[in-house]
Write a protein of this length. Structure first.
Length: 306
């Protein structure tokens, strides 16, 4: 760890850092000089259960490599435990400079079969968890007039996917949350960005693969290691990213995409206003050529990863 490390002197929290993408971000952040709070409840992919082992193992790995880290086992899905994750950083390191909201679970089901509980718990972990963590850190960041948030979104929301209404809704909510934080806190030099990762992880491993096309898609994802997502995530925490805020990025192997944000693409008007009849005869035919088809993520990212 030389003086050129991009996160020298910074303290960062990575949620869901016991496995997969979060683990790789925690390891790289530590290698880049940060003191890291490795948060992981240690539950199953669907959120059930808890174990200290995943977070402890990552902390041990960081320490073996000469870095500095402490574990935390609180859930992001409730306000008080989320506040305790922030408190862990302050108690051990005396400050906080960055929060990576990576923790998540999956409970996939086709929409009409999705239970209320499965919808609520997924939204709670992803969207509410990102809010609780960010809200708990926001006052600190305001007082010190610096700080960075990296939130994880997904093409399941940005583009679409089958059987993930809970996950997609949460991940699109995170996009709105991130943009609002970026707007509200820019005056305090606080940044907020989203990353949409393509990488094989424990959660992706729950995707059903029955047809040959689905099996081929999963095989492509398996080739994409979580370590490929870490560099951009860590960069966004660094001072070198001081001018990057309010953006949505996707990472797929060695490709980085700047994703679009909703803007008007076509319009129609009638000076006398609209009726149901003129909407059917004029508005919809005029707009229809610009309609988005019912694409899934795999339809848009249809080429092999680079």
């Amino acid at each position: 760890m030389g003086s050129t490390a991009s996160l020298d002197g910074k303290v960062v929290i990575v949620t869901g850092a016991g496995r997969g993408i979060g683990r790789e971000i925690a390891l790289l952040a530590a290698a880049e000089g940060a003191k890291v709070v490795v948060n992981d409840l240690g539950g199953a992919a669907d959120g059930d259960g808890a174990s200290a082992a995943p977070a402890e193992e990552v902390v041990e790995e960081i320490r073996k490599r000469g870095g500095i880290a402490v574990p935390n086992f609180d859930s992001v899905a409730e306000a008080v435990p989320a506040n305790n994750i922030i408190k862990t950083a302050l108690d051990h390191f005396g400050r906080l400079d960055g929060v990576v909201n990576n923790a998540g679970i999956l409970r996939d089901a086709i929409f009409h079969k999705m239970s209320v509980v499965d919808f609520e718990v997924v939204v709670k972990v992803h969207l509410f968890g990102s809010f609780y963590m960010s809200h708990a850190a926001a006052r600190l960041f305001r007082e010190q007039e610096s700080g960075a948030f990296v939130h994880f979104t997904s093409t399941s929301g940005l583009i679409g996917n089958f059987g993930q209404a809970n996950y997609a809704a949460a991940k699109m909510g995170i996009v709105g949350l991130s943009k609002s934080i970026a707007l509200d806190m820019a005056r305090f030099n606080v940044r907020s960005n989203c990353v949409s990762p393509f990488a094989w992880s424990r959660l992706i491993g729950t995707i059903p693969a029955q047809t040959e096309a689905e099996k081929a898609r999963v095989a492509r994802i398996q080739a994409m290691g979580p370590e490929k997502v870490a560099p951009l995530s860590v960069f966004l925490l660094s001072d070198a990213a001081r001018d990057v805020t309010g953006q949505i990025f996707a990472v797929r192997m060695n490709e980085i995409f700047l994703m679009g944000q909703s803007r008007p693409i076509r319009s129609v008007h009638r000076s006398q206003g609209w009726t149901c009849e003129t909407l059917a005869q004029h508005a919809m035919p005029a707009l229809k050529s610009a309609f988005y088809p019912l694409d899934r993520s795999g339809d848009i990212f249809a080429w092999d990863p680079v």
